[in-house]
Design a protein around this ligand. Structure first.
Ligand code: PRX
Length: 648
């Protein structure tokens, strides 16, 4: 066993009880919430829902007709009222809602609840003026600027359904999402900053819209100032529209089960799934978890580093913190721009107290060295969080010591786009943590491990399973309820299958091991291997492609592609680059494969199925698994030699 491995094992055994000073001031100090939720789960969630503001109370907490759940049936509310109006009415209009830090240093804004409220009302009127009505879909393709929150909440105010598309996605990905959601309006910007360069958002949006029929209007925010073409009658500047809009827009009373948003995420086919979240249950779930998992008080500055294009940004940059009425920080750019200490400079400058990021970022910080955080005053930090992928114990320990100064609890939170909010997590004032474990389910969430037959696994490995409905759960896949049933609810009766493998130790703690399907987690971003394969075979030179994940020191997983070219074509270095570029163009840079191996054949079973398991063995440099079912075992042996030759 290597010394590294021994150290990791020792780290996994370590236990960290919450520091006494932290617990003494924590919102949750004992285990009563777990008990309360166990005894009366619906009553417990209703207690949370009562902390929101309703226009009409619900008649029933839960209606469960598997696999469809309705929460707070008959209740009416508006998400924007809960995130804004009620705080302003309570006299907290002067409190900072968002601290925004732009990528170019010095670019900074502080926006109070009253200001955000006014902007949201104005933009809600703008949307109405453009013909957006309750139930219509609006695509938001913006950089990380406060206007992204304004646009989301304005949709919520008038009952329109937003679908935010991450600014790193390509024009084609945007088009697919616009088409699937049948959006009417796109909200975008002239460009966005990324490592000093400009991402041409408007240009991408134009390309996307040219290939889709339904877009009536494009609202363009001026961010970078570079010239962009504006199509008369269709395209309007954000500022011009806002200048003419009234600052009062009555909120639409929404049914608890009315859609709030659609967010696309990768699955095992080439087509992303439009995850549908509704209003009452979702808001209750994110409110509860933001409050207890991050232990947030009025004095906190909460920084969740996720982009709003992902669910983490929806739930813990926008809806959760604003529903709670606390101060959230939003940063526009990259962690290494202009220097690799940018995050720590921001923490020090704004006095960040609670910091939530992804393991892939933590591993990059480790590599960049402890001197960088050491240059900045991180003494205000009191709690750290991790999300998006398994955190290796070594990274956990580094985070704990180097960023948290050994005094901050770490909450490793497991959840998904589909779950809407955090599901498995420590509560920082009560849970003894173990590096690498997300510990146990949040009160009111019922998680377990099952084997393929649905038998419970007490100690050992299995599939993670959620055994009862929860408020923030997805309600369906937009436009494809059959796929919803198939993907999540067909493995076991009445039990949600998240697609993750996990193990459980005798203390009941979960250790999430990662996806068990053809979905990869590259730098905390979900990518379906089929999507990348479809992008590759779309190139005229490619006959066939298979994509697998391989372990990667920083990104967790990286993409390795095996490509067979069309008859007579030469495998060349420029072609390899061209194919990588092609994938980036089709999907977005996040899906660009790290390796492409050209091969005359791919290993297939006699029935013609590509054996990706063997390709993964090759990509990860392992001995080949069982090859007896292959039509031609020599193919895979040749490929392995070829791969190793290329690596060396
Ligand atoms: O595999 C799990 C991993 O990320 C997947 C969900 O990805 P996405 O829907 O993009 O949402 C990411 C942010 C919530 C899960 O199926 N994952 C997420 N959090 C963790 C995790 N794996 C291990 N530990 C976590 N804390």
């Amino acid at each position: 066993m290597t010394t590294d491995r021994i150290e990791t094992l020792l780290d996994e055994q370590r236990r960290f009880a919450p520091p006494a000073a932290f617990s003494a001031a924590a919102l949750v100090r004992d285990l009563t919430p777990y008990e309360r939720a166990r005894q009366d789960r619906e009553g417990y969630w209703a207690d949370w829902a009562r902390q929101l503001e309703w226009m009409r109370p619900w008649d029933r907490v839960l209606e469960w007709t598997p696999p469809h759940a309705k929460w707070f049936v008959g209740g009416k509310l508006n998400a924007s009222v809960n995130c804004l109006d009620r705080h302003v009415r309570a006299g907290n209009g002067g409190r900072t809602a968002l601290i925004w830090e732009g990528e170019p240093p010095g670019d900074e804004r502080r926006i109070t609840y009253a200001e955000l409220h006014a902007d949201v009302n104005r933009f809600a009127n703008v949307l109405k003026g453009l013909g957006v009505r309750r139930g219509d879909r609006v695509a938001i393709y913006l950089p990380m600027v406060p206007e992204v929150a304004v646009a989301m909440l304005a949709c919520a105010r008038i009952g329109a359904v937003h679908t935010v598309v991450f600014g790193g996605f390509s024009a084609e990905s945007l088009r697919d999402r616009i088409d699937d959601a049948k959006a009417k309006v796109v909200v975008t910007a002239d460009g966005g900053y990324r490592r000093g360069a400009v991402v041409p958002l408007k240009q991408n949006a134009d390309e996307a819209i040219a290939a889709t029929p339904g877009i009536e209007h494009v609202v363009v925010l001026r961010r970078t100032g570079q010239p962009v073409p504006m199509r008369a009658g269709r395209d309007r500047w954000w500022d011009d529209l806002m200048a003419g809009a009234a600052a009062d827009c009555p909120p639409e009373p929404m049914d608890a089960e009315d859609p709030l948003y659609i967010l696309y995420t990768s699955g095992t086919t080439g087509k992303p799934k439009g995850i549908l979240h509704t209003t009452g249950g979702y808001l209750t779930h994110v409110y509860a978890t933001t409050k207890w998992v991050f232990d947030l008080k009025d004095s906190d500055v909460f920084w969740c580093t996720a982009d709003v294009g992902w669910v983490t940004g929806h739930s813990y940059v926008v809806y959760g913190p604003l529903a709670l009425g606390v101060t959230a920080l939003m940063y526009e750019g990259a962690p290494d721009h202009p220097g690799k200490d940018r995050f720590w400079a921001i923490c020090a400058k704004h006095g960040v107290t609670v910091f939530y990021t992804a393991p892939t970022a933590i591993r990059a910080f480790m590599k960049w060295g402890p001197e960088l955080p050491a240059r900045h005053d991180l003494s205000r930090l009191r709690l750290l969080g991790s999300v998006g992928e398994p955190i290796n114990p070594e990274a956990w320990m580094w985070y704990h010591r180097t960023i948290g100064g050994g005094r901050c609890p770490i909450v490793d939170t497991w959840w998904q786009t589909e779950t809407g909010g955090i599901m498995i997590t420590p509560l920082p004032g009560v849970t003894t943590t173990r590096p690498g474990s997300a510990t146990i389910a949040f009160p009111g969430i019922e998680a377990t491990l099952l084997d393929g037959e649905g038998r419970e696994v007490q100690v050992g490995g299995g599939y993670l399973a959620i055994t009862s409905p929860w408020p923030g759960m997805l309600r369906t896949i937009w436009g494809d309820d059959e796929r919803y049933r198939q993907v999540y609810w067909s493995k076991w009766p009445q039990t949600y299958f998240p697609g993750d493998g996990a193990k459980r130790e005798d203390d009941g703690y979960f250790w999430i091991l990662g996806r068990v399907d053809d979905v990869l987690n590259v730098a905390g971003h979900r990518i379906g291997t089929m999507e990348v394969e479809s992008a590759l075979v779309d190139h005229p030179a490619v006959a066939e492609a298979a994509v697998v994940g391989k372990s990667h020191e920083l990104k967790g997983q990286a993409l390795a592609a095996f490509v067979t070219l069309k008859e007579g074509l030469q495998a060349t270095e420029p072609l390899r680059e061209e194919l990588k570029q092609h994938v980036a163009k089709k999907i977005g840079a996040l899906a660009r494969p790290d390796d492409i191996l050209f091969s005359a054949d791919l290993p297939k079973t006699r029935s013609g199925k590509i054996m990706r398991r063997l390709l993964k063995d090759i990509a990860e440099g392992r001995a080949l698994g069982d090859t007896t079912t292959l039509a031609d075992p020599a193919v895979v042996a040749r490929l392995k030699d070829q791969y190793e030759a290329q690596e060396s």
